[in-house]
Design a protein around this ligand. Structure first.
Ligand code: IMP
Ligand code: MG
Length: 215
């Protein structure tokens, strides 16, 4: 009799504690004190969910830089950042480069809203004489590859010694070209993303992580 009362009391006690712990975890998740909480953000009329954390981006950029440092050891390299989207990626990657390196930027605007127009509208800022140089193009994202096509065409006209492409994000399912994308940070599905330099109608570039559109 005494034993069964004890067991019941023990069971109730356990259930009570489990419940407290359960509610604590829900509270932690909702209040944001739990690191695994899924982050969402609203930009203009659309909702986005965190897909690649800033920590994962930093780690991957370090790996990409190490690879480039290895491949171009002893060479004089010029990095060509494509504005606006690649400005954060270019800055973070360039800090990790230990080659004899320079960096310059050109601007290409081809995107409006959440769908690529497929046609490049603007190309400005070819200040540097890059003839005979080893060029590494820095892109935020390679989608259809139209932008890259145009840049590579321009670089050929300018008679560079060699071209390689480094991009933070790559959408293989959207890619329509054949030339290789040499250094890829993350391969992602063919969905619209923002953050870490990428925008939705000009907004969202300042987000430290990459977010994907919630449909
Ligand atoms: P592409 O010419 O179709 O390869 O597109 C390249 C450019 O479109 C990138 O440099 C970006 O500026 C933009 N872009 C492509 N996909 C996205 C996206 O998912 N979010 C934001 N911008 C994008
Ligand atoms: Mg871009």
């Amino acid at each position: 009799m005494l034993t069964s009362a004890f067991i019941i009391k023990f069971k109730l006690n356990f259930a009570y504690r489990a419940k407290i712990s359960y509610y604590f975890h829900i509270f932690a998740a909702v209040s944001g004190s739990n690191k695994s909480v899924m982050r969402e953000t609203v930009i203009l009329d659309k909702k986005f969910r965190e897909m690649i954390t800033s920590e994962a981006i930093s780690k991957r950029i370090e790996e990409m830089a190490a690879e480039i440092n290895r491949d171009y050891k002893g060479k004089d390299v010029i990095f060509l950042g494509i504005l606006n989207g690649a400005f954060l990626f270019a800055a973070d990657l360039f800090k990790k480069i230990d080659l004899k390196a320079r960096i310059t930027f050109v601007k290409l605007a081809s995107y409006q809203g959440t769908r690529s127009t497929g046609s490049v509208k603007e190309l400005i800022g070819w200040n540097e004489d890059i003839k005979g140089l080893e060029v590494i193009v820095l892109e935020d994202i390679v989608d259809t590859g139209h932008t890259l096509d145009l840049i590579i065409g321009e670089l050929k006209v300018r008679k560079v010694a060699g071209v390689k492409i480094a991009t933070l994000l790559f959408k293989p399912d959207a890619y329509k070209k054949n030339f290789p994308v040499d250094y890829v940070g993350f391969r992602i599905p063919n969905d619209f993303v923002v953050g870490y330099g990428l925008d939705y109608d000009g907004y969202g570039r300042n987000l430290p992580s990459v977010y994907t559109l919630v449909k």
